[in-house]
Write a protein that binds this ligand. Structure first.
Ligand SMILES: [Zn+2]
Ligand SMILES: [Zn+2]
Length: 136
């Protein structure tokens, strides 16, 4: 057990593992995440700037959640994400499924997240669900 300063609020706390963020700040961030998630469900056509403004959350924070694949935008959403490798439009994360599969196959651990499922088995948004959120 170590005592560290929270990187967000500066408070001393008992650090165990992971980010140097205290429990209060972690909880606050989780609340923010739930708020943004709910907001996107209720407002699937809201642009990112409006989400950030209405939820009082930084856009960089929202982008981080997207890269972590915690937030998923609908196909019709004005929030346009593109694969960092090939530029294909994607709904979440950093790479399209094709590139993810290729990267996973070719480069082993080059990307941190394992590919969740084979492309043909993975259900993407098919129209009926405006929004999907990946469970951790
Ligand atoms: Zn803190
Ligand atoms: Zn791609």
């Amino acid at each position: 057990m170590q005592i560290k300063n929270c990187s967000k609020c500066g408070k001393m706390f008992q650090w165990v593992a992971g980010d140097t963020v205290c429990e209060d700040c972690k909880k606050k961030e989780e609340d923010e995440f739930q708020k943004v998630k709910k907001y996107i469900e209720d407002n699937p056509s809201a642009p990112m700037s409006q989400i950030a403004k209405d939820c009082e959350v930084k856009m960089t924070k929202i982008q981080q959640w997207v890269r972590e694949e915690r937030l998923v935008f609908a196909k019709g959403s004005p929030v346009q994400l593109t694969c960092e490798n090939c530029g294909e439009p994607i709904q979440t994360g950093r790479y399209c499924l094709k590139c993810k599969t290729q990267l996973a196959a070719g480069l082993g651990n080059a990307i941190a997240k394992p590919v969740a499922a084979a492309p043909e088995r993975k259900k993407l948004n098919t129209g009926h669900a405006a929004m999907q959120f990946l469970k951790k």
